[in-house]
Design a protein around this ligand. Sequence first.
Ligand code: PMP
Length: 305
Amino acid sequence: MAQQYPEWIWQNGSIKPWQEATTHVMSHALHYGSSVFEGIRSYATPDGAAIFRLTDHLNRLYQSARIYDMVLPYSFDDLAGACRAVIKKNSLGAAYLRPVAYRGLGGFGLSAETPIDVAVAAWPMGPYLGAEALENGIDACVSSWQRFAPNTIPAGAKAGGNYLSGQLIAREARRLGFGEGIALASSGLLSEGAGENLFLVFDGVLHTTPASASILAGITRDTLKTLAREEGIEVVERDIPREYLYLADEVLMCGTAAEITPIRSVDGKQVGAGKAGRVTRRLQELYFGLFDGRTNDRWGWLESV
Ligand code: PMP
């Protein structure tokens, strides 16, 4: 089935019909990957549509832009307003929001000072790795592609060009029949999934890879760390060798799109009991509870539309 698009999109300061939100083929970003973006979800909560951790996501957008010397021509409030506007104008509840800022038309050199164009799209979105995945978990594999080394491309920026790496990892995994790929860092230690952070459970303790493992410091990762600690579950950030994937009691991936996806096997080896384990289930309850009111949002993470 062809992709259905919502009617309205925000581009460079105004809401316009989706098909009018176009860009020039000679835009810098199209050739050199010079864009920064966010992936945010809104949920239909008992108190109406709310955008999850909008402030944190927009802060990360400005940080990504700063790393690449891109000065966004819109204020934080302008972009927060744009996010709310695309949800409202398209009458969306549970949706995915995509703010993107990119080097537009205005120079062909690598270091050209081009205008910075900004757009915010939103569309309805269910579970990213399939509805089944949240319940039964996915089969993952370790990718033959490594993540970029920290002194090559900064993994801490959510930049368009980084996702060439993610595409290689995700496409290879799917070609081989796996639900998602996990990458090693250039150190040979575990990094993260193609578009998700990674948690392993050993004896009830959550282990996750550190910033030095070429990861994007995910907002879902931060949410899970907070929810787990609140629950009395210990969380440690540490270097993790690959073989620990085969020894863990539980493995899960998390991200805005993937939410909390259990991993039931890695490289064909069953993880734990081959289904979501106790800690993963509890984290899912707490996480999804934020959106249906079962978990008290003590942190002000739900930002109403
Ligand atoms: N790592 C990568 C490479 C990602 O693309 C994402 C998704 N943005 C994540 C981790 C998870 O980040 P977040 O929880 O902020 O969505």
